[in-house]
Design a protein around this ligand. Structure first.
Ligand code: KDG
Ligand code: MG
Length: 409
């Protein structure tokens, strides 16, 4: 069996996605993968199209591990978000082919189901505590969601991470940035943040009770000592986990945080290889590893990370934002089903347009995700529909402190 073509499909059904389609010489046999890197989509598409695809034409798609090593080590300039996203897309598509050949859903190839359904968490944001409470209640009552990640607008800040425009001034800034296809510039300060978030959790625990699982994403914005302050003040509110408290570069900082609080910690959406996870896992500095399967090297690398994590009692919580496609969400669910140390799965609903371009992804019912029994990943790419939605330049927001200096978003 040989790879005869690799198509890179960039489409914007409401937001940009990069899809990979690997076509084999066997009639009708192909695999699909997700290689979307939000805000730098075309860099990955070019890497795939111009550098990676020519290397793989004529290769045997059955050799997933060998292809992974060939692309990772073979570049010499290995790692980094662009190349690892490209590699992830290829890896997913190769697993999809293998599943289709076997006539088995991917989770079955990975060892079979360890559980029947996948506990998910959804996001809720609000302009104030009451709005967060209302929206969380709606998720709990109407959709039977069991775990909710909460973010709130902050005084003295402008559209901090996880929130949307809350007034005319913010809406104007938001609309203008989108009109010009440039990043929205937001403002964030640690003091109001560290004051407000514990008050939000106090409000929510009082109003929503103890049953619902609550989470919060710091989005890598705190210094280690600020993270300790936040974690300690949040301890009484029994968070499921506190996500990405500090920037990803200096993993050893987690030793300090870990030794000062008992709150469960999660980290990993900005990691690009298993080696970046090692210190946190080996020293049990976190409780949940939450890599992005579309950025960390695909299903092959995620499996290895899950095995490393299992031996240190660390659970998984793979990244599941709206900026990766249903294909990557499907990869998440297949791995979640097959590993013993699954923890929780981040979930966001896609717009109908996304499902039109990429049918067959996982679905959620009463707070749990599941996937069809189709062989492989279970997803497809509708190339005709994809063409209807051409790429639109789009950036992630950029954050500044009040003094004008750039900060982590
Ligand atoms: O593209 C960036 C998003 O994927 C990221 O900001 C979302 O932090 C995120 C999350 O936890 O979903
Ligand atoms: Mg996050």
């Amino acid at each position: 069996m040989k790879i005869i073509d690799i198509r890179v499909i960039v489409s914007c059904p409401g937001r940009n996605f990069v899809f990979v389609k690997i076509i084999t010489d066997q009639p009708g046999l192909y695999g699909v993968g997700d290689a979307t890197l939000n805000g730098r989509e075309l860099a990955v598409a070019e890497a795939l199209d111009k550098h990676i695809a020519p290397l793989l034409i004529g290769c045997d798609p059955d050799k997933i591990e060998d292809t992974w090593q060939y692309l990772f080590r073979g570049t010499y300039w290995r790692g980094g978000p662009v190349l690892m996203t490209a590699l992830s897309g290829i890896d997913m598509a190769l697993w999809d082919i293998k599943g289709k050949r076997a006539g088995m859903p991917l989770y079955s190839l990975l060892g079979g189901k360890c559980r029947e359904k996948i506990l998910i968490y959804r996001h809720v944001f609000g302009r104030d505590f009451a709005e967060v409470e209302d929206r969380a209640r709606q998720q709990m009552e109407e959709r039977k969601i069991k775990a909710i990640r909460v973010q709130v607008a902050l005084p003295e800040c402008l559209m901090p991470y996880g929130t949307r425009p809350i007034n005319d001034k913010e809406k104007e800034i938001w609309d203008e940035a989108h009109r010009n296809q440039l990043p929205v510039e937001t403002v964030w300060e640690p003091t109001p943040y560290l004051r407000t978030i514990p008050q939000l959790f106090d409000h929510l625990r009082n109003k929503l009770g103890e049953e619902v699982e609550l989470l919060h994403d710091v989005h890598e914005r705190l210094s280690p000592i600020e993270a300790i302050q936040l974690a300690r003040t949040l301890e009484p509110y029994r968070l499921f986990f506190l996500e990405d408290p500090i920037p990803p570069e200096h993993k050893e900082n987690f030793r300090l945080i870990r030794s000062h609080c008992s709150i469960p910690l999660a980290m990993g959406e900005l990691f690009h290889t298993k080696w970046e996870c090692l210190t946190l896992i080996e020293e049990q500095l976190i409780d949940f590893i939450r890599c992005d399967l579309a950025h960390v090297g695909g299903i092959t690398e995620a499996r290895k990370i899950a095995v490393l994590a299992e031996s240190h009692y660390v659970k998984t919580a793979w990244h599941g934002p709206p900026d990766i496609s249903p294909i990557a969400h499907a990869a998440n669910i297949h791995v979640d089903l097959a590993i013993p140390n699954f923890g929780i799965q981040e979930w966001t609903d896609h717009k109908e347009m996304v499902h039109e371009v990429c049918p067959g992804g996982p679905t959620v019912k009463e707070g749990y995700a599941s996937i069809s029994e189709k062989s492989g990943l279970g997803c497809d790419i509708n190339e005709k529909a994809a063409k209807k939605y051409p790429y639109k330049r789009n950036y992630l927001p950029i954050t500044r402190r009040k003094d004008g200096s750039v900060h982590d978003w």
